[in-house]
Design a protein around this ligand. Structure first.
Ligand code: MTE
Ligand code: HPA
Ligand code: MOS
Length: 768
């Protein structure tokens, strides 16, 4: 059973938004951006732009027929700026022209006048001025204040993690068509077709039934299109609605990087306390999330930071508080891990801080404090089917941690220029949307009279392989060949009110709905067979497209049975609804049972740092991961490898830089470095842990999309370990990404203090 897509991808046959054959009469849209990060919007002068060849219309907030509002959680985000601008790159107006070139050429002829206001880019500054998106949240268990007295060791510190550009290969975009009833139909590169539909309807002032959104596949989303595809869908729809012509809007790479939000940078304080046996007693953390200029998904991301603040460890006393801070940057958004990685980085920093000061290996601290079966997490959900220790111990023995450590030490003793570093990174990640009502899905399954099957769900294929998994579920449940099954595009008219494809839960939710629909169809067909063949229904099955009675072939096949059903007027269509059982969460008390289950694993990372240059290569990352009973080991392995490298990039190379004016300096691939073949680990080993899976996971195959990103956190600590081998006892800040520049400065902290040296050399050479 191969992944459906790769062969089509490499042959260039897969259809993306930009591959759709353009309809005659199509207009192209380009977005006028705010030139400053904060100010009062005085005037938008587009008269000159309208005089240019091919320019048809320039739309501003005044042209919006409905509500100028696309905020999902908090209504604080206009589609087009009105009154004020809040970040550089904020959409201010939309140019519509006959060609893409004409639309872009007109942008420079629109004058946006703004009277500037003070700009905030730092979340701590925002918090000090009470610029918060929502009130702070605190997760608490036990009593940290009382617990400090019981601690033998207490350490405090600060940890910073940077943002991250999604860099999906396919940039954001939409293609909208006016429909005869005064509505719009559109193709959108979105993880959330229903979100695009809902906000477009709101902006246009029409019913959701007048807006149809269709998605075939995305060239990557990674969370960047969970909420933020809405802007481009609604803008294209606005154009189509007003001008009554199709409108295509596709962002070029630099516009996408400038205008869209990213992973949230965090600045955090921690305090950690251990007893004399190095057991964790208490943990306090305060997170300052850089939310950007509007809420977007930040409150939900903030919440997941708190859910994962203690990662894979048991801590009896925890107080974790998080602030979502409003700054004048593009609104930050979902990104693989959804705030979880930021929370985990802080407790890993805290443990490392403690271990370095105590002079013990951090792995010792980590291993002693891993979660065990029945341990209660700070939000009161107990672990159930906990594989934290199994994952750690399997990694340690399979990849021989003790001898690896000895090798690293021996290498470091013999080498001056090159130092190796090592880290162990355990993960525990909760599966479910933390907002319980979002954990629902539907599937619409048609069996056609020739026995072929069409499946529609709310799942969006973005490279993660969900369509292949849904096809497997349908084929397995119906007892037919996967070639009979087509997974249809994701369409709001066929399957309504969908949750975005996110939270790693897409295959679980939509797969379960598909399974339910197929089980119902199978039962209906087999009851018909029982009547027709005058056999007992119990014991009838379909396998390999043959009907079996107690395991032996009966006198009918899949094709015959389907045909018989049609002629006897039995429905060959089923619509099923699935809602994850047993989950709940009270956002007032911050307690409940929010997750369907948890996913566990451990990664072992080895790195070699060139201590002359500050550069590094990852020798190997070796992982034992809890897949449960993997439906598709090939896809799942791909998710681990991709997630790991994406996380490693976030922690090491990818440095987002905004200046004090809120301008993105790392605005292209020249200045924003993502991992390539050379920076990826030379070896990535993935071991499939022997775990039973969970009944809430689709066919016991556990969700795999986000968890592996957090293995990448190990990369940071491996590099840090190597630096401390070069400079034993060095006190280094916890600041990610640990770029080669930062490594070099950590290796030679005095270098910065002697700039005179360089200038003297220059003067001398000039004099000569
Ligand atoms: N893998 C690929 N190839 N492309 C993507 O965009 N998104 C990730 C992950 N893996 C992504 C990916 C994110 S952020 C999530 S939440 C999950 O896939 C979503 O899909 P799933 O729920 O089917 O795992
Ligand atoms: N994870 C990912 N995406 C989400 C979530 C979540 O918990 N909640 C809302 N969108
Ligand atoms: Mo993933 S960040 O939940 O789209």
């Amino acid at each position: 059973m191969n992944h459906l897509d790769p062969a089509r991808h490499v042959r260039g046959e897969s259809q993306y938004l930009d591959d759709i054959l353009v309809q005659q009469g199509t207009l192209y849209a380009a977005v006028v951006e705010s030139p400053v990060a904060h100010g009062k919007l005085l005037n938008i002068d587009f008269e000159a732009a309208l005089q240019l060849p091919g320019v048809v219309r320039v739309l501003t907030a005044q042209d919006i027929p409905g509500e100028n509002q696309i905020g999902g959680i908090v209504p604080d985000e206009p589609l087009l700026a009105e009154g004020h601008v809040h970040f550089r790159g904020q959409p201010v107006a939309l140019v519509l022209a006959e060609t893409e070139h004409q639309a872009h050429a007109a942008l420079g002829h629109v004058r946006v006048e703004v009277s500037p206001l003070p700009i905030i880019t730092d979340p701590r500054v925002a918090a000090a001025q009470n610029e918060l998106i929502v009130p702070p949240r605190t997760f608490q268990i036990g009593d940290t204040q009382a617990a400090w007295a019981q601690c033998a060791h207490v350490f405090e510190g600060v940890a910073e993690s940077g943002g991250q550009e999604h860099l999906y290969i396919e940039t954001q975009g939409a293609y909208a068509f006016p429909t005869e009833m005064g509505g719009v139909r559109m193709v959108s590169s979105t993880q959330g077709p229903t979100a695009v539909q809902r906000h477009t309807a709101r902006v246009l002032g029409i019913g959701m039934h007048q807006v149809e959104v269709d998605v075939t596949r995305l060239g990557g989303g990674f969370g960047g299109k969970e909420d933020q595809a809405t802007t481009w869908g609604a803008l294209a729809a606005l154009g189509a609605f007003v001008v009554r012509r199709p409108v295509k809007l596709v962002l070029d790479r630099m516009a996408d990087m400038r205008m869209t939000g990213k992973r949230h940078p965090y600045s955090s304080d921690f305090k950690i306390g251990l007893d004399k046996n190095l057991k964790l007693v208490a943990y306090e953390a305060t997170f300052y999330q850089n939310a950007g200029a509007a809420a977007d998904l930040s409150p939900a991301v903030l919440e997941r930071t708190l859910f994962h603040a203690t990662n894979s460890y048991f801590v009896p006393n925890v107080t974790a508080t998080a602030y979502s801070c409003r700054t004048n940057l593009p609104p930050n958004t979902a990104f693989r891990g959804f705030g979880g990685p930021q929370g985990m980085f802080v407790i890993e920093s805290a443990l490392t801080c403690a271990a370095e000061q105590l002079g013990v290996p951090v792995a010792e601290l980590q291993r002693r404090n891993l979660l065990r079966e029945g341990d209660v997490l700070p939000y009161r959900q107990p672990t159930e089917g906990c594989h934290a220790e199994q994952a750690w111990d399997t990694t340690a023995s399979l990849y021989n941690l003790p001898s690896l450590r000895a090798e690293v030490e021996a290498f470091n003793a013999q080498n001056k220029q090159f130092k190796k570093g090592l880290s162990v990174m355990p993960i525990c990640f909760g599966i479910s949307f933390t907002k319980t009502p979002m954990n629902q899905a539907r599937a619409l399954v048609h069996i056609y009279t020739d026995g072929s099957v069409g499946v529609s769900t709310g799942a969006v294929e973005m490279g993660q392989g969900v369509n292949t998994k849904i096809m497997q579920v349908a084929a397995r449940t119906l007892g037919i060949s996967p070639e009979r099954v087509k997974v249809e595009s994701t369409n709001t008219t066929r399957v309504a009110n969908t949750s975005p494809s996110a939270a790693s839960a897409t295959a679980d939710l939509n797969g379960k709905a598909t399974e339910m629909a197929c089980l119902a169809l199978r039962e209906r067909l087999l009851r018909l067979a029982a009547t027709d063949l005058q056999m007992d229904y119990e014991g009838l099955t379909i396998e390999g497209e043959q009907v079996l009675a107690a395991g032996t072939p009966a006198d009918t096949t899949w094709e015959k049975l389907v045909s018989a059903a049609y002629w006897q007027r039995v429905s060959l269509t089923e619509n099923a609804h699935y809602a994850t059982p047993g989950i709940h969460f009270d956002a007032q008390t911050n307690q409940g049972h929010p997750f369907a289950y948890h996913v566990y694993g451990t990664a072992l990372t080895t790195v070699t740092v060139d201590c002359l240059r500050g550069t590094y290569t990852f020798d190997a990352v070796q992982i034992a991961h809890d897949f449960g009973q993997s439906l598709h080991p090939q896809i799942d392995r791909g998710q681990i490898e991709g997630g790991l490298v994406q996380g490693l990039g976030w922690m090491t190379l990818e440095e987002l830089v905004f200046n004090d004016e809120g301008r993105l300096l790392s605005n292209s691939l020249n200045s924003y470095k993502i991992p390539d073949l050379y920076s990826a680990p030379k070896v990535i080993d993935v071991h499939f842990l022997d775990t039973p899976g969970h009944p809430n996971a689709i066919m016991r195959s556990k969700a795999v999309g986000e968890p592996p990103l957090m293995y990448g956190i190990g990369a940071y600590f491996a590099v840090r370990d190597a630096i401390r081998s070069f400079r034993p006892g060095a006190s280094l800040p916890f600041s990610a990404p640990i770029t080669p520049e930062k490594v070099l400065l950590s290796l030679y902290p005095d270098a910065l203090l002697t700039p005179a040296c360089a200038s003297t050399t220059v003067t001398t050479s000039v004099a000569l």
